[in-house]
Design a protein around this ligand. Structure first.
Ligand code: PMP
Length: 413
């Protein structure tokens, strides 16, 4: 038991503390490259035009504000499944979906479910990863040992495939959890190739590991949400598909966490889903009912607005085409600022090789700047990014790229 007055004051999570510091900064040319949120060419939040249209349609329907079922808005669950698994697989009965409080809620529920019912010895999380992965697994599964797989090769500035494989080969035991980012890895921006994914699947199958995919950036890696779901669909069809060759001893199941925060720009609406996958030959009912029980005691039932928006867009082919265009707009703008920042840094002869900026994909660049350089950027130049050198690319635009490049050159010396 702790005495309340003796509890130490814990620091605020870094990305939230950074946003607060940025907001409090009165310097006119400050630049926010911290939180993973999309910004338009004028550094402003962008409500997707497809989302705006859906809002207008909903408004005209004079809807009520009743409770949802514990499992969420079922038309939304169906659309969320289609988005991740494709239309064909989305009706398979061995994929069960529950609506969550965004991607964070999906991760939390996944961890809670695993801690109680999968009961692994270890959970493997990438090093580095979204920092909340470590916190979530610590909160929900305090008895599970966290092991880090070396995801990033700092010298080659790429995905450390050999290191990841070696760690899983040497340390993972049957029934252990592996948390995988299916696309646009946060924070590094480096993803496995298809061939590497197949090899990761081979280890997962052979060792009977339990995969938790965390999909937060579907659409941001390639601009095409289907292409970005390839790894998840591949794992599904390898182990759990109706027509998969039944291996004798397949992994027990799989979970897929899905955030719609970024690809619908619905950050504050907290919309997401968790998909539970079991073998087609066994009933998913029992396991699914345990997820439902956990949700009942945590949030009773999820929130309505974001679910209605996603459903409205995905129910209408015109709106869905519009949304696909919106996703492309975001992905392409970010690709454009990558090219612009790299060429600006090269133009002013900034020391070092900056080719990784355009090799990386998704919302972020893992710049390779050190913690002290990041601090100088903040203190001297009012440019804000995470201490690990992760830069949220959409904070850049035609008006501030020159300034940021000069600031980077200055702190590198
Ligand atoms: N997973 C990853 C890898 C993320 O980067 C994020 C957002 N930063 C999330 C999950 C959760 O996002 P949200 O809860 O806002 O949907």
């Amino acid at each position: 038991r702790s005495s309340l007055e003796d509890m130490p004051v814990l620091p605020l999570a870094e990305s939230f503390a950074l946003t607060a510091a940025y907001n409090a900064d009165s310097f006119p040319d400050k630049v926010n490259l911290g939180q993973g949120v999309y910004r338009d060419e004028n550094s402003r939040p962008w409500v997707l035009p497809s989302v705006r249209s859906a809002e207008e349609r909903l408004h005209k329907q004079n809807l009520n504000h009743e409770y949802l079922p514990i499992t969420g808005h079922s038309p939304f669950n169906q659309k969320a499944r289609q988005l991740i698994f494709g239309r064909e697989l989305a009706n398979h009965q061995n994929i069960r979906t529950i609506q969550t409080v965004a991607g964070t809620g999906a991760n939390h529920l996944a961890a809670l479910f695993c801690a109680r019912y999968v009961r692994p010895k270890n959970v493997f999380i990438s090093d580095p990863s979204w920092d909340n992965h470590y916190s979530i697994w610590e909160t929900a599964g305090p008895d599970i040992t966290q092991k880090l797989y070396p995801y990033y090769d700092a010298v080659a500035r790429s995905f450390n495939f050999e290191g990841t494989m070696a760690e899983l080969e040497d340390s993972a035991e049957e029934n252990d959890i592996v948390v995988l980012h299916p696309c646009a890895h946060n924070p590094t921006g480096h993803d496995p190739t298809h061939d590497q994914w197949r090899k990761i699947a081979e280890i997962v199958g052979r060792k009977r590991l339990f995969v938790v995919f965390d999909s937060a950036y579907q659409g941001f890696a390639s601009g095409d949400p289907d292409a970005d779901a390839w790894a998840i669909r591949n794992f599904y069809s390898t182990f759990f598909g109706y027509s998969s060759p039944l291996s004798k001893n397949p992994p027990a199941g799989m979970l897929v966490c899905q955030s719609l925060s970024k690809n619908f720009g619905l950050y504050g609406e907290r919309i997401g889903a968790l998909h539970l996958i079991t073998h087609p030959s066994v009933s998913a009912e029992g396991a699914y009912s345990h997820l439902i029980r956990l949700v009942r005691s945590e949030i009773s039932c999820p929130a309505l607005f974001g679910a209605r928006i996603v459903d409205t867009i995905w129910s209408d082919s015109e709106l869905r085409t519009h949304w696909e265009k919106d996703v492309k707009t975001m992905a392409l703008r970010i690709q454009g600022v990558r090219v612009a920042l790299k060429s600006e840094l090269e133009k002013i002869n900034t020391k070092g090789d900056w080719s990784h900026i355009t090799r990386q994909i998704g919302m972020f660049s893992y710049t390779g700047l050190s913690k002290s350089q990041v601090q100088l950027l903040r203190e001297v130049h009012h440019v804000y990014m995470l201490d690990n050198g992760r830069m949220s690319m959409s904070g850049l635009n035609g008006k501030n790229i020159g300034y940021v490049a000069r600031a980077i050159k200055d702190v590198i010396g």
